[in-house]
Design a protein. Structure first.
Length: 435
């Protein structure tokens, strides 16, 4: 499979080169990425294992994704982007057993066989609100175009909400940065998505100099962690809004973003599930339409020097209704540092170091302690403690532009919030190519 994608790079490079020859503006472009991740986990100490535990036995898993990014200009200010994607493989234990799952390229897909699907297909219309502009660089889902410093934009179709919200310069992409789910996004943001991380809806964005404002409505899955989306937006949907400001400290750039969200779906209530039985509670049995989950996030990144940058996220949700789409965390705190390889004369290398804490609401905690299962967690019992994870990676480009190789180490105490299990160690190797 990897041989096929590597052999495909030459013609794709040629096509991209032709499309990009016009340096003033592009009518179309084509890009490609492929990411392979191998993970190894030694066995670890565990008092017990449950149906949705990460296995305490030694384990090896790998994953592969490949994506085509096609963009075309439709008319003045409008562009269409289409991304067919192939994905296969599995996260450790099928990505069960940890809120901070260790491979951001692998979601909870029952069949690890490679499959092809439409990841994104959306139209973007930009309305300029100023005469001043800058040039956008050619990139994935980005034509070379003039972008006004002030504009209003509508994006509609199929996409990932993470494309538009909760972005972070140093902790946003598991293909080249941190691998852990809780470092690629705020883990307490139960963002609307199917089991592969995509949704359908519309995003409205306003850019006004250093300020940005965005709001979106998107489809929720029909069932928790489901493959199929529910397009009855009147009854089930996710609404998210974000305000962002670019800042400058000592001539170094940074960003601060504040996000709020509310999901409405056919969700169950943890407290009701516990009250309904003297045996093992089942949150699915309490599901009812119109239930909501509300939360917020504060997200910041800041370049300290030309070679050192830092980031942090804090997130919270009410934790009353069942987790529906992303991961089972109701509180999260993460922070880290990125160090550029210029410091040791390796201009294309970098090191990332981060730590994070995930936590649960009282209702969610009590539900799991009573033996209840979420779509991701369920050890059969629970000796609660916050999930604590540290991740370190080193990324390099030994073959030049377009090829990344990374080594990654993750240490997790209390996986799945359980003091009776762990700690565990995960070693990863990642190979990424993009053109």
């Amino acid at each position: 499979m990897m041989k096929f994608f590597v052999c495909s790079l030459a013609p794709l490079l040629a096509v991209t080169s032709v499309l990009a020859q016009d340096t003033t503006a592009q009518k179309a472009d084509l890009h490609f990425q492929s990411t392979y991740i191998y993970q190894y986990k030694p066995g670890f100490t565990s008092a017990y294992n449950g149906p949705h535990s990460i296995s305490s036995a030694e384990e090896k898993q790998n994953s592969l994704t490949a994506t085509l990014y096609f963009g075309v200009k439709l008319w003045h200010g409008a562009e269409l982007y289409i991304n067919p994607e192939l994905a296969g493989g599995s996260g450790l234990s099928g990505a069960f057993g940890m809120a901070g799952s260790t491979n951001g390229e692998s979601f909870r897909v029952g069949d690890p066989s490679p499959s092809v699907y439409l990841a994104r297909g959306y139209v973007r219309q930009t309305f300029p609100l100023s005469k001043a502009y800058s040039w956008n660089e050619d990139g994935q889902n980005q034509l070379i175009t003039r972008q006004p410093t002030r504009f209003f934009r509508i994006s509609a179709g199929k996409f990932s909400l993470g494309d538009f919200f909760d972005n972070n310069k140093f902790a946003n992409g598991p293909r080249t940065q941190f691998l852990n789910w809780a470092l690629m996004n705020n883990s307490a943001w139960d963002y609307s998505a199917n089991l592969r991380g995509y949704t359908a809806g519309a995003v409205l964005s306003l850019r006004w100099d250093k300020m940005s404002y965005s709001v979106a409505m998107a489809a929720e899955p029909k069932v928790a962690n489901g493959a199929d989306l529910n397009y009855d937006y009147g009854k089930t949907h996710g609404i998210v809004g974000e305000v962002a400001r670019a800042i400058t400290i000592n001539k170094q750039e940074g960003n601060v973003r504040v996000l709020i969200y509310q999901n409405t779906a056919n969700m169950g209530i943890y407290k009701d599930a516990i009250a309904a039985t003297t045996g093992t509670p089942d949150v699915i049995s309490t599901e009812h339409s119109g239930r909501t989950k509300t939360g917020f996030s504060i997200n910041a990144d800041q370049q300290l020097t030309n070679n050192i940058g830092v980031f942090a996220r804090v997130g919270w949700n009410d934790g009353k209704t069942e987790t529906w789409a992303f991961t089972e965390a109701d509180r999260t705190l993460s922070a880290g540092v990125n160090i550029d390889g210029h410091l040791w004369h390796r201009n294309n290398d970098n090191i990332g170091v981060a730590g994070l804490l995930n936590g649960l609401s009282a209702d969610h905690k009590n539900y799991l302690a009573a033996g209840g299962l979420g779509f991701q967690l369920g050890d059969g019992a629970l000796q609660y403690a916050p999930e604590m994870i540290t991740e370190v990676y080193y990324s390099c480009k030994p073959l030049g532009s377009g090829f990344w190789f990374s080594c990654d180490y993750q240490f997790a105490a209390h996986p799945g919030y359980n003091k009776s299990r762990g700690p565990l160690n995960v070693l990863s190797f990642r190979m990424h190519v993009e053109i």
